[in-house]
Design a protein around this ligand. Structure first.
Ligand code: ZN
Length: 261
């Protein structure tokens, strides 16, 4: 549980800044993803002042320890110390766009007052690898989309062909709607018409890795070129279909990205 100080209306939480919007001349509201209390809106007073102490620790995507005061109208920042700022993100427009897309997904789908340890870990890991720039952004995007879908209760059934039980068919069709797949041999007219993504065994193995591995081990795998496009299409469509929302940051990311960076 978040540590509550002696004064009952102060609490400390560790959180990631998802959005910020200015209020008046000097203040701003930030939304932070906490590990125990869902997403909180916090008023930061004096954020616009030069040399503001809270400046870097409350900027977009910063991970910080926040001490908050609970007022009648919501939370007000009392003090803050940065844990990880992810400065390196800022040198890439596509990385910032992708981090904004992740933030919008979290804001849309995380429940208030809910425990979100796994979602916060996923967000921090993805920000870390985006900032490192040693891993393809498009694969990080697929990892975030599929792990987030699974954490929200939309786990694709990756075990076997739903008709014949084949574990690793050369070619298969993965249904976006019911989250199951069938091999090329078992495919019927109905499957052809249904909303599905055609893929090879390599893409299926990548999907299995992403949804079944521990959080620490999910990053770091490589995919051959022929397997990438189907993974990117499947993860994006699967999450979008099941949480039933389109995100403006995704449209922006698509507009500015260079294919296959
Ligand atoms: Zn089959």
């Amino acid at each position: 549980m978040p540590h509550r100080k002696g004064v009952t209306n102060l609490l400390t939480v560790k959180g990631v800044v998802l959005t910020q919007k200015p209020v008046g001349e000097q203040d701003k509201f930030i939304d932070i993803l906490t590990d125990e209390l869902g997403v909180l809106e916090v008023l930061v007073k004096g954020a616009g002042k030069i040399n503001s102490k809270s400046g870097c620790a409350t900027q977009l995507f910063a991970y910080s320890a926040f001490c908050l005061q609970k007022g009648k109208r919501g939370y007000i920042l009392n003090s803050v110390s940065p844990i990880r700022i992810f400065y390196e993100l800022r040198s890439s427009v596509t990385a910032v766009a992708l981090a904004s897309y992740f933030s919008q997904i979290v804001q849309f789908s995380v429940l208030p007052q809910a425990s979100n340890h796994e979602i916060q870990r996923l967000m921090l890991n993805c920000l870390h690898f985006l900032a490192l720039k040693k891993y393809p952004e498009a694969i990080l995007k697929s990892i975030f989309e599929l792990r987030m879908a699974a954490l929200l209760g939309f786990m694709p059934d990756v075990v076997m062909c739903r008709k014949c039980g084949e574990y690793l068919p050369d070619r298969l069709h993965f249904s976006i709607e019911d989250g199951t797949f069938c091999c090329e041999e078992c495919r019927s007219e109905a499957d052809t018409l249904a909303h599905s993504v055609e893929m090879t065994a390599g893409t299926l193995q990548a999907i299995r890795h992403i949804v079944l591995q521990d959080t620490e081990r999910v990053f770091g795998f490589r995919l051959s070129d022929g397997c990438q496009e189907a993974l990117f299409a499947f993860s994006e469509q699967f999450l979008q279909y099941h949480i039933d929302h389109r995100f403006s940051a995704l449209e922006y990311y698509r507009a500015i990205q260079n294919p296959m960076v």
